[in-house]
Design a protein around this ligand. Structure first.
Ligand code: MG
Length: 396
């Protein structure tokens, strides 16, 4: 014998006004339906005339106050790099030390601009031509997007004045020691360069690597690192495998004994997809999904007009509730509503019934979504009643 549907209920209400009853319903990995109007809307972000999003943390706005407020020397204390003219700068010769943010960050979107002096020259080999670096999560266990004067490194320059040979996994835009940039969009020394970086750190479950993380880099607006999944932590010469580390670290700009100027630095902390426990086939936790579904059902249920159990709108609203949770109290309410609506339709004369065509069709659409998603059985009694009525009337 077939399992009896709770109360002869059926599927949902697909009326356009009902969010959850349009696309496929929530499941064990997804707290929201496809095209779910109940799903929370993203926060509004404004972008100012300089291109800075309103939710960004500005790490350097060109002022000395901003520099001293947000940065420190990696040796401790105030930053020792020169700050004037709307930029801050490393200098020739080792000794200043790197600078790092006082705040620590994990996954992020980072905007940073840098410029090599127009007269940049090698101070000892190609790696001493404007070398610095953007160390995401600091140098201790971090990941470097290389900063270098590499305009004269491109193969198109080979044989021409100024050409500089270099190893490609160490040129500007490389994930240092791992992956060269796909192309070389660097401008000449004396012109500002722009990095827009999206960084996700590796994801660990204890000592088990779930995902190696990724670095995406737009270099002067050109994609040069396309979601590069890290193979290790930043290294020199020897490979350095990934290993677990704290989830936040300082953004660090490398002192490599070369003059490099920086300006316009802002960062946005971003979520890891792996932290999404309520809506992701990859990372959702079913207990968390079901908890959110029950919370959504409760919120929707509180809005249902139970004073009119026999109205099509109430039936649809309860069908929507049940798409999130088949808790007995919702099913009981739905059964009562379906019974009342059925009695109402059965009591109508032909003219009134014809006037109810739109409502009946909307109820059917909702039911159909739930049937399609196996929330209800195909032949649940209320489904059959509505289906037979529509067929008898020839309603499409
Ligand atoms: Mg470097």
């Amino acid at each position: 014998m077939k399992k009896t549907m709770v109360a002869g209920i059926v599927s949902l209400a697909a009326a356009p006004l009902l969010a959850g009853l349009y696309g496929d319903t929530p499941d064990e990995k997804h707290a929201w339906a496809v095209h779910d109007w109940n799903r929370p809307k993203p926060a509004k972000v404004e972008v100012d005339a300089k291109g800075v999003p309103s939710d960004a943390i500005v790490l350097f706005d060109g002022t000395k106050e901003s520099f001293e407020q947000n940065w420190q020397s990696d040796k401790g204390g105030a930053p020792t790099w020169k700050c004037e003219g709307g930029m801050f700068s490393s200098k020739e010769g080792w000794g200043l030390g790197s600078v790092r943010t006082k705040a620590e960050f994990g996954d992020c979107q980072l905007h940073i601009e840098y410029m090599h002096p127009a007269d940049t020259k090698s101070l000892g080999g190609p790696q001493m031509r404007g070398n610095s670096g953007v160390f995401l999560m600091g140098p201790q266990y971090g990941y470097e997007v290389q900063v270098l004067e590499s305009y004269y490194t491109s193969r198109e320059m080979e044989g021409k004045d100024g050409y500089v040979d270099n190893y490609t996994d160490g040129q500007a835009g490389s994930v240092y020691a791992e992956n060269p940039p796909m192309v070389n969009p660097q401008r000449k020394p004396g012109e500002w360069q722009v990095y827009d970086i999206v960084f996700h750190q590796p994801v660990w479950e204890g000592d088990r690597l779930l995902h190696p993380g990724s670095i995406t880099v737009f270099f002067n607006g050109v994609l040069v690192q396309d979601h590069w999944e890290m193979e290790g932590q930043t290294t020199h010469c020897k490979r350095r495998p990934l290993k677990p580390h704290p989830k936040k670290g300082p953004l660090t700009l490398q002192d490599h004994g070369c003059p490099v100027n920086f300006r316009n630095i802002w960062i946005r902390e971003i979520p890891s997809r792996w932290d999404n426990k309520t809506h992701s086939a990859m990372s959702a936790d079913t207990a968390e999904v079901m908890k959110l579904r029950r919370e959504t059902a409760e919120k929707l249920f509180a809005k249902v007009d139970m004073a009119k159990p026999g109205s099509a709108k109430t039936v649809q609203a309860l069908l929507e509730v049940v798409s999130y949770s088949k808790d007995a109290k919702y099913l009981d309410a739905l059964k009562a509503s379906c019974d009342a609506y059925k009695a109402s339709l059965e009591g109508m004369d032909d003219a009134a019934l014809n006037g109810a065509k739109g409502d009946v069709n909307n109820v059917w659409k909702a039911l159909d979504v739930l049937r399609r998603n196996k929330v209800f059985e195909e032949d649940c009694p209320f489904c059959k009643f509505i289906k037979d009525l529509r067929e008898k009337k020839g309603w499409k």
